[in-house]
Every structure is written in structure tokens, then in C-alpha cells.
Write a protein that binds this ligand. Structure first.
Ligand SMILES: NC(=O)c1ccc[n+]([C@@H]2O[C@H](COP(=O)([O-])OP(=O)(O)OC[C@H]3O[C@@H](n4cnc5c(N)ncnc54)[C@H](O)[C@@H]3O)[C@@H](O)[C@H]2O)c1
Ligand SMILES: [Zn+2]
Length: 342
């Protein structure tokens, strides 16, 4: 088992890697605990979760809304949650995002922690202190930066995860390697098959290396003023695809990364062959590479992305596998490029 400490401002957040979820009691404060989970996770882990009062939300991106947030707040009031209550989110990225937000605003903020149950949330979503919900189709439009006290990542929880959900998590793993760590990328090329087979040592190392990259970036730039933007590699395209097609976050990010890598080659920031290497690893794990959306429709959706600042979009491009840069690009220029990125 390994612990990573993320220090931001005067807060310390612990990421517990390879710890059994059954040991969570060791990390909970001496306080009343209320759990928040979704229906799917609750079905599998009901006996374990039943030790606390629990709020069960509906699963799915379409429920990451004000309505669900209102439901959680209402239940917290009925359960007499007060400022001393500790909130424990048990679930994937959606449960963690909305739990962190509810805990941050209820009575001006309660302490909270996560048991992260999906691959995507273990390697990315539950680490880093971004909490929030969607609003009228805008992804993550409303939320706060606030760090959990701990995030417990137990890879044995992934056994009950649907295969499709497991695979989508690899998109954020490959993203982390592509933007920051060439040696991890090579390691993934050599080990992805064992990871797909849920080889315990390989999974543990893969999750550890992904979280370490995220932790380093977040420590340097918690509020995304600069460096943290590189974590959005593939996301400007990806969020637009997610919105237009309804495909999952991981799949959309996979396609988005391929587009961003091709654009990096096209604009001369990355050498030829960069996109191909990325494509080979993504398709190896079973992630999609091609956008099903016509370029103009995608451009429209991107123009509505919240990361658009005035008439420019901030794009994350690669300099090579293992190094990312951010670059402002006028929206009109990007629209031109989009036609050649298919
Ligand atoms: N805050 C951040 O920094 C950040 C980063 C990346 C992604 N995200 C967000 O994360 C969300 C996606 O996360 P996700 O892919 O985990 O989606 P999710 O939370 O919907 O989980 C995927 C599905 O698997 C089920 N599930 C989760 N764990 C399970 C388990 N152990 N066994 C059985 N079923 C299980 C869930 O009920 C759900 O149906 C998106 O909303 C995205 O915006 C946030
Ligand atoms: Zn993401």
C-alpha cells in the first residue's frame, strides 16, 4: 500500500493506493459519517455501506444536476447532518464530483472523503479537488475547488465494474502519460494487456503512476491558472463530442486526444508519428479513435465550451509523447483545422 500526500494551500489530502476499502474506518474522523453513493454501487456493496446512513442517487451523467444536488441536501437535512458530520462519497467520478460539491456547500462546508470505485475516478476524477455538476448541458459548469481529506483507491473494487466502464478509465491513464511521462507511456505500451486482464501488480502500479502525475500538477497549480490546463488534453474536443453524441467521457477523451495530437503535428509542435503512437495504444486498449461528428457541428459545440475565452480557445497540444503545451488558438483558425483532423 502507498500513500500520496497532495499539499495545496494549507490543506493536505491523502490518496491511499492499494488500501482495502474495508479499512476505510482507519481514515475516518471520530465523527458521524453519512455515505453518498449511486444505485449501481449500492447494489454491489450494500452490506458494507449499510454501516452508515446512506443517500443513494441515480447513476449517470444526466443526473449530475442541481436536481440531484437538491435531493442530497434535502436528505442531509432530514438526516440531521450538522457541521461536525463527515461525508463519505462511495462511487465513480459522478458520485465523487457531486458529493464533493454537496459537502462543500451544505452549511458552508463539511469535511469529506471518497472511496473511489471506478478506474476513471481512481486515476483522475476523485483526485485534485474539482467538484461540481453540469448545468443545462454545460459540463461541470457549476462547482468549487475543495480537497477531500482522503481518497481511497482499492483496485479490487474494479472487479464489479462493467468492462466498458473499465476500459473508458484507460483514457485518463493514457492522457496522464502522454502529457507528462514518456517512460510511463512506454510502460503502458508494454503492460496494457496485463492491466486489461486486471493483473493486480500491474493495475496497482498503473493507478499509482497516474495519480502521481495528477498530484504533481495539482500541487503546482490547484486552481488551473496555468500548468493544470494540460490535464485538459483531449478535453476541449472531448467535451464537445460528449455533448453532441452522448458517448462516455473516456471514449470522448480518447477521440479528442487523437484530434489534439493530429493538430499538434499539423501545426508543427509535435514530430510526425506522435499521433500514430497514441492511436496504437488507445486502440490497443479498445478505445475509439475517430469522431462520428461532422467538423462544423463539432466546431459549433466547441464554441459553446466554457474554456473558450473571448474568441480564442485554449488548446492543449503535444510537443512529443510525454510533454504537453497549452496554446491559445483563434476559434476561426481551429474551425479551419478541424476539417483535416478526421
Ligand atoms: N473532478 C475531476 O477532476 C474529474 C476528472 C475526470 C472526470 N470527472 C468526471 O467523472 C465523471 C465520470 O466518472 P466515471 O467514469 O467514474 O463515471 P460514473 O461515476 O458514472 O461511473 C461509471 C458507472 O459505473 C458504475 N460503477 C462505479 N463503480 C463501480 C463498481 N466498483 N462496481 C460496479 N459499478 C460501478 C456507476 O454506477 C456508473 O454506472 C464525469 O462526470 C466527469 O466529468 C471529473
Ligand atoms: Zn477527463
Amino acid at each position: 500500500m502507498e500513500t500520496l500526500i497532495i499539499r495545496t494551500g494549507n490543506h493536505q489530502s491523502q490518496v491511499l493506493l492499494g488500501e482495502s476499502y474495508k479499512q476505510v474506518g482507519k481514515y475516518l474522523p471520530e465523527a458521524r459519517v453519512i455515505a453518498i453513493t449511486d444505485k449501481n454501487v449500492h447494489r454491489y456493496y450494500k452490506d458494507f455501506i449499510s454501516q452508515w446512513p446512506v443517500i443513494v442517487i441515480k447513476p449517470g451523467e444526466q443526473n449530475k444536476t442541481f436536481e440531484t444536488l437538491g435531493y442530497i441536501i434535502d436528505r442531509l437535512i432530514r438526516l440531521n447532518a450538522d457541521r461536525s458530520t463527515f461525508i463519505l462519497g462511495i462511487g465513480g467520478g459522478i458520485v465523487c464530483d457531486i458529493t464533493g460539491f454537496a459537502a462543500s456547500i451544505y452549511m458552508r462546508g463539511l469535511r469529506f472523503g471518497f472511496i473511489s470505485t471506478s478506474l476513471l475516478s481512481q486515476v483522475d476524477a476523485s483526485v485534485g479537488g474539482k467538484n461540481g455538476i453540469n448545468f443545462r448541458g454545460y459540463k461541470n459548469m457549476v462547482g468549487v475547488f475543495r480537497q477531500p481529506d482522503f481518497v481511497l483507491c482499492d483496485h479490487t473494487l474494479l472487479k464489479t465494474l462493467a468492462n466498458h466502464e473499465f476500459i473508458t478509465g484507460f483514457a485518463e491513464v493514457i492522457k496522464a502519460a502522454a502529457i507528462r511521462d514518456e517512460s510511463f507511456f512506454s510502460w503502458m505500451e508494454a503492460n496494457f494487456k496485463a492491466a486489461l486482464d486486471q493483473n493486480s501488480d500491474v493495475l496497482q502500479e498503473m493507478i499509482y503512476r497516474s495519480v502521481k502525475i495528477k498530484a504533481e500538477v495539482v500541487e503546482q497549480d490547484e486552481k488551473e491558472r496555468n500548468l493544470r490546463r494540460i490535464l485538459n488534453f483531449g478535453h476541449t474536443f472531448g467535451h464537445a463530442l460528449e455533448k453532441v453524441t452522448g458517448i462516455s467521457h473516456g471514449e470522448a477523451i480518447s477521440v479528442g486526444m487523437v484530434m489534439a495530437a493530429k493538430l499538434s503535428e499539423k501545426t508543427g509542435t509535435a514530430p510526425a508519428g506522435t499521433a500514430l503512437r497514441l492511436q496504437q495504444l488507445l486502440s490497443g486498449v479498445g478505445l475509439p479513435l475517430l469522431s462520428p461528428v461532422p467538423p462544423d457541428e463539432l466546431a459549433e459545440a466547441m464554441a459553446r465550451d466554457k474554456k473558450k475565452e473571448k474568441e480564442q480557445l485554449f488548446l492543449v497540444l503535444l510537443r512529443r509523447i510525454g510533454e504537453a503545451i497549452t496554446m491559445p488558438m483563434p476559434y476561426t483558425e481551429l474551425k479551419q483545422h478541424l476539417h483535416d483532423l478526421r
